[in-house]
Every structure is written in C-alpha cells, then in structure tokens.
Design a protein around this ligand. Structure first.
Ligand code: FES
Length: 661
C-alpha cells in the first residue's frame, strides 16, 4: 500500500514510522493555484495546489502567525494574508535575502483522498494544565464559559481535565449567562463554580453576573484571558485594563505574570472566594497560558488552608437576648437569605417559643408554607399573613437578613438581630441586641440555655391559621377574575404550586412575574434562586442552567417574563445542547409590565415598554426542545404537566394579562 508521493520537488517515503498520516481533503477538492487551511491531527496545514502539484506547509506564518491557508498564490509564492510575507510552496523558504521559513510537510495522494504526515502530537504539560489541576483539586469542577481568542491555552487545559473526568464544562452563548449560572450554582450548593471568558468584551460581559454574586455574597471564580504582556498598555485590540475593571466587583483578583506562583494564585483565588463569600478573578495574558509547566509541580493542597469557622455569640449578649425572648408576648422570627441551610434549626427554635416565621423574598421557601408557624414572605412580593404577623409583633428575631427596603422589616419593633457578618448587624438602624454568631450555633446555644422558657401560645397558632384561611380565600377570588387579555397570575402559580415536585429548584427572574410568584406560589420543600440584591433582569434561565449543572437530581424550573427571558433567549440552545430538561414557565404579556406600572405610578405616560416577541413555544421547538402556548385558563394545568414531565428543555408560554398580577 505504500509507494512514493506524487508531489512536485519533494519525494517522501510513505512508510515512515515516525509520522502519523491524516486524511486532510478529498481528491481534486483544491482547485489549481489555490491554498487552503486543513487540519492534520491537531496541526494546521496550508495545503497548496500550484499548477496541479500538491504541497503542504505549516499554516503559521513565521512573522506573526498569520494563517497561510487563508492567503493566496501569486507568481509561484504563497502569500500570507496578514502582511504579505512570501513562502516557496515546496520548501517553505522566503525569497532570497530573507531568513524566514515555514516547515514543509510530507504529502500523499491516496485513492481515498489527500494525506499529510505529521509527528504524533505529544503534549508537554503547560502552566495552564497546572493551574487547572489546582482548581479541580480544590473542588472547583464546574465551568461555564466561552472559548475564544486569548483564552485558548486555558481552554485546552480544561479540555484535558474534562476528558479525564476532573471537570464539567458548559459552553454558553453569552458570557453574562456564564456568570449568572456560576452565581446560581453557588447560591444552591454553597460551592464555587467558575465562569470563563476572553479578554475585553468576554470579560466585561461577565461583570453583571459577577456583581450578582458580589452583592449576594456567594463565591465565584472568574477566569479571563488577556492580550499578550508584550502589547499590554497602549490599548491594543481587545485590551481592557481588566485589573481595574474587575476590581470593584471582586473580593480579590490578580494577573498571572509568570510560572513562579501561578498555582498558588489559583489556590488563593478560590480561598478568597470561599472565605470572603464573593467573586474573585484570575487574569491570564495569552502567552502565560502556553508556558511550560513549572517543575516540579508546586504543592498546593487545600487541606490546612481553609479553616472551618464557627462563630459563637458573646455570652452577655446571649443573656440579653434571652431576657427579651422570655418577656415577649408576640415574638416573630424573620429569616433572610443568610439563614439558608438552617431550616431545621429555625423551626426547632420557632416550635419551642411558638413564634410565627416570616421570610424575606430572597429566603422564600426556607420554611415550607404548610408548616403551622410559617407565615410566608414579607415586603413587595409578600402576603398579608407575613406583614400582619410582623406588624403586630412585640419582638423580632431576625436571622441572616439585610434589612432591604424591598422587605420593609419594621424598625419600630424591638429586634434581636443574628448574623455572622458584623457589618450587617445594626447596619441601617440600632437594634436592641446585635448578636454576632453563626445562625446554627446561636440557635443551638439559645435552645440549650435553661433560661429560655418554652411557650405554647395556642391562640397565636390559631391566628396564623385564620390569617392563612383569609389569604387563600382572597387568592381564590383573584383566580376567578376574568381578564380581558391573557390569564391571571394567581391561577398560574396556584397550578404550578399543585404540580411542581415538592423538592424542585425554582430559579426566578425579575418583574411582575416574579412578584406574582412570590405572592401566590406556596412552597413545600422547594429551593428558590434569585438575583437578590442586584435584581438583574435575565437571571432566571441561566440560573436554572447553573442549578441543573449541580447534578442534584431534583427538577429544575425557571420562571420568567418575556422581557427577562428575551435577554438570554439563545441560552435555550445551550440547554438543548447539554440535554438539560429545564421547564421554563414564561409569562408573556408582551411588555415590561412592571415598568409600565412604574410609569403610571409616577403619573407619566407609559413609553417604550411594549415588546415585539416571537412565538416562544414555537421557538423552543425550532431549537430542538419543546414548548406549548397557553391562551385559556383551562389549558394551564395540562400544559404545566406536559412541561414538567418532559425530558427536554421545555417552554410553557402563558399569555398573561399585564394588569392582573
Ligand atoms: Fe504573516 Fe505578518 S503574519 S506576514
């Protein structure tokens, strides 16, 4: 089967044991006097047809790496498309008087195509391999990102880590979605995920999602490429001063400028994210990613570098809190996002003193609404059960709340505030007892103290039950309203509450759809994810992707409006690509409904809030997922059942009335 290659000027023995031969093109596929880029293994080749004779050259121009296969043949020379360097098509040499050359490769014409022989690729470990290994060793093994110019060295290291089973990589369509997904992953799991982008626009696209993690205090690791150090400074193509751009949104960040401490910088980036509960960033100039690995590989174990911290409240303050608790007649517990993970502790405490439990919207679902002491959500997305029980309390015990104006925790009621962040204690106004401690530890100590008097308060329990009865009647009345256009939100979230799995993860967006969800959806054991303090439009669907990637096995649902989902519409194809069976409940009122209301509330004309939308259900099908459009109340239940049971990404598009929220 082996013979001599039929190529002008050069003759190659075909039985060459050191070469691997790759089929690079069909016979006769390259016209006379043309060049083309082809790939042999991982090697890019400039395939040349010079007056019927085929030759192969290294595709990278010796000047600045221009792709010769995208150039042309002129007067018998291969011309680089970038700055017109010339090379002989056979030898790869430049014209007389110039030193530059590119390597020629052996070529064979076989019956089934054109073959090029290249040395078998042997991988020399790179600095990027080392830092990715540190990242996965430290437990960061989920990455959302977009590969591109200036991050390919890191991308190649991640590819190897993925093929070894050390990380899972999700290629998104917009870097903003990568950062939202990583933030949501941390909100759900408490663990760090990475988002990954190129220099310049890729990095700046991630800033909104990073800011979401920043203000909601969850860890996130941003990995970004940067232009070569050789050309950093004057403002070259895609050069953004990332060190300055990312500084306000990160707890810590560094540019990797050599192999000396690159591994340790990765370890520190993760440590800062986890210890300081926020985003960090590592910026990699392009050429750093291709440096050879440092020998020997530096030791960067996690063990011994991230201490466990449990903060016990000071004894005197605890005693003052106990006195107030024992004297209170109507204490009410207010849980914020900081209490996530302490559901059982909070309920044990509430049961012992018989205190109603209300939550902020960010903490919706922290206690099930079916619990006899649960009173739902406070504030703008809240319900009257919560606001009344808080408003009539004589003592508030707050766990992990930030006293946002959207929640409206009463400042006039004496308060015991428990938080692990000292700056949050008494941040906006003085409280009776600012109790610095972990929520679990503090509750444990309160319960263990013999001075805490148990309370039965049967009339309070009865009152909670009566108030729920009134609110459920009101919801029923709202469900019965007949909208003139579209469906009412009360009906949609009643049906979703009945049909969603009890342990589903629900990522919400912002706007009227989310306010209505907060008000009407009654939680069982579901976990709710949202862009809390940033309140960023577009969060819902990318967040659902982040939640799905955590691999909990729980059903993942997204709730969004047409405005929010429209921002990351293309990410539906990401969900299709990775077979994420997310059910999106899309409330389509063809406008930015909440903003319309704000214009009206401010006595202004509504302007530029109407939206031009596709048929979202049809779009879902076009993308390879599934969808259904709901236009009548009697269709809601069947459509939700179909969506929730689908094994594909699914859009339940519901045309809603902008007035009935
Ligand atoms: Fe080819 Fe400059 S890169 S001539």
């Amino acid at each position: 089967m082996f013979g001599l290659a039929q190529c002008r000027g050069l003759t190659f023995r075909m039985a060459n044991n050191t070469k691997q031969w790759h089929r690079v093109a069909d016979l006769n596929s390259l016209p006379d006097n043309r060049v083309r880029t082809v790939t042999a293994g991982t090697q890019q080749i400039c395939l040349v047809n010079h007056e019927g004779a085929l030759t192969a050259l290294d595709n990278r121009c010796a000047h600045q790496g221009g792709p010769l296969g995208e150039g042309q043949l002129e007067d018998g020379w291969v011309i680089c498309p970038w700055h017109a360097y010339q090379y002989d098509p056979v030898t790869g040499k430049a014209p007389e008087g110039f030193e530059d050359r590119v390597d020629p490769y052996p070529i064979e014409i076989r019956q089934n195509g054109i073959f090029v022989g290249v040395e078998p690729a042997t991988h020399q470990a790179t600095l990027a391999d080392q830092v990715v290994t540190v990242m996965t060793d430290w437990g960061v093994n989920v990455v959302f990102g977009m590969v591109g110019h200036s991050n390919l060295g890191l991308a190649d290291a991640m590819r190897r880590a993925e093929s070894d089973g050390r990380l899972r990589y999700y290629g998104i369509r917009h870097e903003g979605a990568a950062a939202f997904a990583a933030s949501a992953y941390a909100k759900l799991t408490g663990k760090t995920a990475a988002c990954f982008a190129i220099a310049g626009p890729g990095a700046t696209n991630m800033i909104t999602g990073m800011w979401d993690a920043n203000v909601d205090n969850v860890p996130l690791l941003a990995l970004v490429g940067q232009v070569n150090t050789q050309i950093m400074g004057p403002g070259t193509f895609q050069e953004v001063d990332l060190h300055s751009a990312l500084k306000p949104v990160t707890r810590w960040q560094q540019v990797v400028l050599g192999s000396q401490n690159a591994s340790d910088l990765m370890a520190l980036a993760i440590k800062h994210a986890e210890v300081e509960h926020g985003p960090t960033a590592l910026i990699f100039p392009d050429e750093m990613q291709h440096l050879p690995a440092r020998e020997p590989q530096p030791e960067t174990p996690r063990v011994g570098r991230v201490p466990l911290v449990t903060i016990a409240p000071p004894k005197d303050e605890l005693q003052r809190a106990l006195e107030l608790l024992n004297a209170a007649k109507r204490p009410t517990i207010v849980c914020g996002q900081g209490a996530a993970g302490f559901k059982d502790d909070v309920l044990r405490f509430a049961e012992k003193i018989t205190a109603p439990v209300v939550t902020t919207f960010k903490a919706k679902g922290l206690v099930p609404d079916s619990h006899p002491l649960a009173c739902g959500v406070l504030g703008r997305s809240g319900i009257p059960v919560a606001s009344t029980m808080m408003g009539t309390a004589d003592l508030l015990i707050t766990f992990g709340t930030s006293f946002s104006v959207h929640t409206g925790i009463a400042e006039y009621i004496p308060t015991i505030q428990v938080d692990r962040d000292r700056m949050t204690l008494g941040k906006f106004h003085p409280v009776e007892v600012p109790l610095w401690g972990d929520i679990g530890v503090t509750i444990e100590q309160l319960l263990a103290d013999e001075h805490l008097a148990p309370q039965a308060r049967p009339r309070l329990r009865e009152e909670i039950s009566t108030r729920w009865g009134k609110w459920r009647k009101e919801k029923e009345r709202r469900r019965a309203e007949q909208p003139t256009t579209g469906l009412n939100s009360a009906s949609i979230f009643e049906a979703l509450g009945n049909l969603a799995p009890a342990d589903a993860i629900i990522a919400v967006d912002v706007g009227n759809n989310t306010y209505s969800f907060g008000r009407y959806f009654e939680c069982k054991e579901q976990t709710i994810l949202m862009s809390g303090y940033l309140g960023s439009i577009g969060f819902g669907f990318p967040a659902a992707m982040g939640a799905w990637s955590a691999g909990t096995g729980r059903k993942v649902i997204a709730v969004a409006g047409d405005g929010g989902f429209g921002q990351y519409l293309a990410e539906f194809t990401t969900a299709v690509r990775y077979s994420m069976p997310i059910t999106l409940v899309l409330l389509n009122n063809s406008q930015l409904g909440k903003i319309s209301k704000e214009f009206e509330a401010d006595h202004m004309e509504v302007w530029q809030t109407d939206l031009t939308n596709p048929d979202f259900a049809a779009y879902a099908k076009l993308c390879g997922g599934d969808g259904i459009r709901v236009t009548a109340p009697e269709q809601i239940e069947d459509a939700l059942k179909k969506g929730l049971n689908s094994d594909k990404p699914f859009i339940v598009e519901i045309l809603t009335d902008p007035l009935l929220i």
